[in-house]
Design a protein around this ligand. Structure first.
Ligand code: GLY
Length: 444
């Protein structure tokens, strides 16, 4: 791909991750027009450049996406969402010679088929919890009944918006979770029973161009809905970077896992290009793979992307061209946290909040060093309204997570939803805040 003077970039994503990408591409000197499918009404908040959004489309509306690419003379498409990768959008764009950032459907199978991914890990001797794959719920139930009572994860093999891994505290719960696989439709027809590992979780990301790779950041997200990691699992209530648990020794293991994974994928003739995401867990000093994803994490993208100093369009072009080794990705080395603002009731019933006004977003954005990355926000006349569960992320930085927290919470306190309907966690980044405090206390 040749870099023209003025380029049009399409980001295929509707959430906070897409908003962070739109923000980063908008800062590129090579980019003059941005498109987002489906995008959302608040994505323009961080830039003065034009951003066209197509909220009536889905990330899997391949035919329509291709038509828009031709009509709008799109130069680069960032395929950021998992289901777009699974649908083969990158492959289809390559067929019509439009540059696409992201893995092909085949390379992306490492995310969209959890059963294939575990078998791949086993073949290439990658550290995985023990697992068993089932094609029938009855077979799974019969198997559990014969095991000694233990904790499990029951995992749908397919994509279910990050909600397909169900924890089970004992065999009885595992049987119930197996029955729940039915509600995932096709994605739950095949499922895995996995060993429940106990340790500290993290997410790490690399850029890969088929020849070389660079570690581009790590983060820790907070999946439970309430403070203290309590309540139901969500798509992510917040995130912090960098995780202090990733010591040099752990990072060496992480790098090694990525290296072996890319070699394995190459042997399988699935050259991987784009962002590869390792969801890891550290158990007694050893890293195990919870999952791989074929994209940025959400909300991890919201804390890592703003710290990248390079021009994102140049990075993406280098990945597409296989020239990543000519670029050194630089970072501002600041800590960041993202706090998700959600509709009260999320992740359960939040329908009563839909359409209510969100007040104070523009005020919050005026705080220095604050970014707002929107997810489910609608513009109605002059008002912003709630249009989903997780509505927006407020991201703040600092020299460490404690400073980043101060800034971020100062900003989110300026935001509300009419009728006191805003929910957010007050303890994002708690692990590292506690670690830093402990170090401070030991010095005083
Ligand atoms: N943060 C979890 C995910 O993006 O899958």
């Amino acid at each position: 791909m040749r870099i023209k003077k003025q380029n049009t970039v399409l980001v295929v994503d509707g959430g906070g991750r897409g908003a962070a990408l739109v923000d980063a591409y908008a800062k590129s000197k090579h980019v003059s027009l941005l498109l987002a499918i489906p995008g959302n009404d608040l994505m323009r908040i961080n830039t003065k450049k034009p951003v066209k959004i197509f909220t009536h489309l889905k990330t899997t509306s391949i035919k329509k996406i291709l038509e828009i690419c031709k009509k709008e003379h799109v130069d680069l498409v960032d395929v950021a969402q998992d289901n777009a990768v699974e649908s083969g959008l990158v492959d289809e764009l390559e067929k019509i010679e439009i540059s696409a950032f992201g893995p092909t459907r085949l390379a992306g199978q490492i995310e969209w088929d959890k059963a294939w991914a575990r078998k791949f890990m086993k073949t290439y001797n990658l550290p995985t919890p023990s697992y068993k794959i089932f094609k029938s719920r009855q077979d799974g139930i019969d198997f559990v009944k014969k095991q000694k009572d233990q904790k499990w994860f029951v995992k749908a093999y397919g994509l279910v918006e990050g909600k397909g891994a169900l924890p089970a505290e004992n065999n009885q719960q595992a049987i119930e979770r197996i029955k729940e696989m039915k509600r995932f439709g096709k994605a739950g027809e095949v499922f895995l029973l996995e060993q429940w590992l106990v340790g500290e979780e993290f997410s790490s990301f690399i850029l890969a161009d088929g020849k070389s790779f660079q570690l581009i950041g790590s983060a820790q997200d907070h999946k439970r809905v309430f403070d203290g990691d309590l309540g139901k699992n969500t798509g992510g209530m917040g995130c912090s970077t960098p995780p202090l648990v990733l010591t040099a020794k752990i990072l060496k293991q992480v790098e090694n896992i990525f290296k072996k994974t890319l070699i394995g994928l190459q042997k399988e003739e699935r050259i991987y290009k784009g962002i590869l995401y390792l969801g890891g867990i550290i158990v007694k000093g050893n890293v195990y793979i919870i999952e791989f994803n074929a994209r940025w994490g959400d909300p991890e993208a919201e804390v890592i992307i703003p710290g990248i100093k390079n021009d994102l369009f140049e990075i993406s072009t280098a990945v597409i061209n296989g020239t990543l080794n000519t670029i050194k990705v630089d970072f501002d080395n600041k800590a960041r946290i993202a706090v998700a603002g959600a509709s009260k009731g999320y992740p359960e019933d939040y329908s009563a909040v839909k359409g209510k006004e969100i007040i104070g977003l523009e005020k919050a954005q005026k705080i220095p060093e604050i970014k707002i990355y929107s997810a489910a926000v609608k513009r109605e006349g002059k008002k912003y309204t709630a249009n989903g569960g997780r509505l927006f992320y407020i991201v703040g930085n600092g020299k460490n997570v404690i400073e980043a927290r101060k800034r971020t919470y100062k900003a989110i306190k300026l935001v509300s939803i009419e009728g006191n309907n805003l929910h957010y966690r007050r303890d994002i980044g708690w692990r590292d805040a506690e670690r830093i405090q402990k170090i401070k206390n030991s010095k005083s």
